[in-house]
Design a protein around this ligand. Structure first.
Ligand SMILES: [Zn+2]
Length: 168
């Protein structure tokens, strides 16, 4: 048992799974839960993670929306064309999803009073258009620990992987 991020007691249990993913190798899946407060947290990370990196996925078609992303808890997400920037909090989860799934998660965290505000509604429409392949955009995943990855075919998908540098 380790310390729970929510209640602070030594009551947090983690179960590990290893999954062999095509093109990226072994992926560690962690699923944790607190036996006292029911707090849950999942994470994923590529085992042969290598260096800190920035993954840029240029999404130009509906096919690109289906690219599978292994987004570790240590990474942040930016989509400049859609004005999206999500930084990882201390209890941020990691997950395996698609590019479209990341947009779905963004929609999930839109505040409930959004429909009362025009700029928020415009933002939602922009994201929905992106999910329908009507807008080209770049998904940027910055991972200072290098635990994230993307499953893509070189030459077919527009994916760029750069070295991560702490911005000054
Ligand atoms: Zn707890």
């Amino acid at each position: 048992m380790i310390k729970c991020l929510n209640c602070g007691e030594l009551s947090f249990k983690v179960v590990f799974y290893i999954y062999e993913a095509p093109l990226v190798g072994e992926v560690l899946i962690e699923h944790g839960y607190c036996t006292l407060c029911d707090f849950r947290r999942s994470d994923v990370s590529v085992i042969n993670s290598g260096k800190p990196k920035i993954i840029k996925i240029k999404v130009k078609s509906v096919d690109d929306l289906k690219i599978i992303v292994i987004k570790s808890s240590s990474s942040s997400i930016e989509i400049p064309e859609l004005g999206i920037e999500i930084n990882p909090g201390i209890a941020a989860p990691g997950y395996i999803t698609t590019v479209e799934g990341i947009l779905e998660r963004v929609l999930d965290i839109i505040p409930s009073d959004c429909e009362l505000r025009k700029e928020c509604l415009d933002e939602v429409n922009l994201i929905k258009n992106a999910m329908n392949g009507l807008i080209e955009f770049t998904l940027v995943i910055k991972d200072p620990l290098g635990r994230s990855a993307v499953i893509y075919e070189e030459g077919k998908n527009n994916v760029i992987i750069e070295e991560y540098r702490e911005s000054l």
